[in-house]
Design a protein around this ligand. Structure first.
Ligand code: PLP
Length: 463
């Protein structure tokens, strides 16, 4: 019995091994000791139930691997060559230089976050952004929270709890990431009343469903999908007018929060915040990090009495926006006030970048890569549930799979090497080609992308 544990080294012996000592460059002494103790305890248990004891070297190597795994996955920047501009898995909107600087300034010192400098008294964090949002959208009032999911939850909880909310069946959707309109309504304590059919809903459907229990008519942007063909939905202006006539609220979950006219860029029309406000909705809800191009945030604009109810609700405290995001949001909104979003806000620079410019950058990259690469026409998408089905003309750098039976596997290997290079680069594989869309690559990243592709190609050739 004793013998079985004899191979198990002491904590001190492991700690004095050079490979374990080297871990002190990564972690505190206390952490290294506890990693070692925990793994030895685990081995003792395994030996106790009849497993053999691994050799000393393999024990140390496992400990080193476990220690290194602690730092993975770590959040770090990468190059998005997917052609999806607002990519939820890749962090949605990159921020403008000015927005990053604003965060930096506020992060380093104290700030007047909730302090009124004139009065020398407590202030409101909403004060920094409300006026700007009202100017940009035409709304009477505004409140910002952590994200749009919490904005919608706050709005429904504060205004429709224990009452009914009428939603078109075609809009009782799941946005992705578990945000499902029926479930958000349930969570808020409101009762969902679905009207119409999946493809067609008329104004009369809403009108007939309104009772004395109705709190609101809710419009939801269908985001990630589009119903085509025999369809009918109610325009927001008609819905708001009906709500006003029947003395119920009209709430609008816009999703993306677009302030600009997307048709200027050859895209389909994305509903704008200004349109909703002009239509007379009670409240419009939208994200900060989709088409607005700012930080994660949930923005609510609309009628003052309703916004005030949201501000006073206890849930508002639970979902409030932090100071760094607030600073970045204000700086992003300044770009709109100054009329410079196309030059300064990265998602709008990408959307509005002329195809000739993408083409020039793609040719430079393809030329640097040589034989294996060529420039081909393609399409970028906005993503983030905005303008589903609508695309922007682009140029792709296409890297062909090496010929032969193992070609496709080697192309996968190339994509894997690119993802694990420094910085990581993400493209997409289609029809035995790795495609890189420079529209979503920041121009200052072109050189780093080129270098990563070159060294990954060389790595595949060697393997
Ligand atoms: C994206 C989206 C949300 C969720 O917004 P987050 O800011 O990600 O919380 C809610 N509603 C609609 C219609 C959306 O498109």
């Amino acid at each position: 019995m004793e013998n079985r544990f004899r191979g198990l080294p002491s904590v001190d012996r492991v700690l004095s091994d050079d490979r374990i000592r080297d871990l002190r460059n990564l972690y505190s002494e206390g952490l290294v000791t506890s990693l070692v103790r925990n793994y030895l305890d685990e081995l003792r248990h395994l030996i106790g139930v009849g497993k053999g004891c691994p050799p000393f070297d393999s024990i140390v190597e496992t400990m080193v691997a476990n220690a290194q795994a602690l730092r993975r996955p770590n959040l770090r920047p990468l190059i998005n060559a997917t052609g999806v501009i607002i990519h939820t898995n890749l962090g949605r909107a990159p921020l403008s230089r000015e927005a990053v600087e604003a965060m930096n300034l506020v992060a380093r010192s104290y700030s007047n976050l909730e302090f009124d400098l004139q009065a020398g008294d407590r202030g409101s964090r909403h004060a920094h952004v409300e006026n700007i949002l009202c100017q940009l959208t035409g709304a009477e009032a505004a409140i910002v929270v952590n994200n749009n999911a919490s904005a919608v939850l706050l709005g429904l909880t504060a205004l429709a709890r224990r009452k009914e909310v009428i939603v078109s069946r075609g809009q009782a959707v799941e946005i992705g990431g578990g945000f499902r309109i029926p479930e958000v309504l349930r969570q808020s304590g409101a009762k969902l009343v679905e009207v119409g059919t999946t493809n067609r809903t008329y104004l009369a459907d809403y009108e007939q469903a309104v009772t004395e229990r109705t709190a609101a008519l809710l419009r939801v942007h269908s985001s990630n999908f589009r119903v085509v063909g025999f369809t009918q939905s109610v325009a927001i202006g008609e819905l708001a007018a009906l709500a006003n006539r029947l003395n119920v609220l009209c709430l609008d979950d816009l999703g993306s929060g677009c302030l600009l006219d997307t048709t200027t860029f050859g895209l389909d029309h994305e509903p704008t915040v200004q349109e909703s406000v002009a239509a007379g909705v009670g409240l419009a809800f939208f994200s900060g990090d989709k088409l607005l191009g700012g930080p994660q945030a949930g923005i609510v604009v609309g009628k003052k009495d309703l916004v005030d109810k949201l501000k006073r609700h206890p849930l508002a405290r639970a979902v409030r926006l932090d100071k760094l995001s607030l600073a970045a949001l204000v700086a992003t909104l300044f770009h709109y006030l100054k009329g410079e979003p196309l030059d300064k806000v990265p998602v709008w620079r990408m959307i509005s970048m002329p195809v000739a410019e993408v083409d020039r950058r793609a040719r430079d990259l393809a030329q640097a890569l040589g034989e294996v690469a060529e420039v081909v026409p393609g399409e970028s998408v906005v993503g983030g549930g905005s303008i589903p089905g609508s695309t922007i003309e682009t140029r792709l750098v296409a890297i062909r799979a090496p010929s032969g039976e193992r070609g496709p596997a080697r192309l996968q290997e190339l994509a894997r090497r690119l993802r694990t290079s420094e910085p990581p680069c993400v493209g997409r594989i289609e029809h035995d080609r790795l495609l890189l869309d420079l529209r979503t690559v920041l121009p200052e990243e072109d050189a780093a992308l080129g270098a990563a592709v070159k060294s990954s190609l060389a790595g595949v050739a060697r393997s």
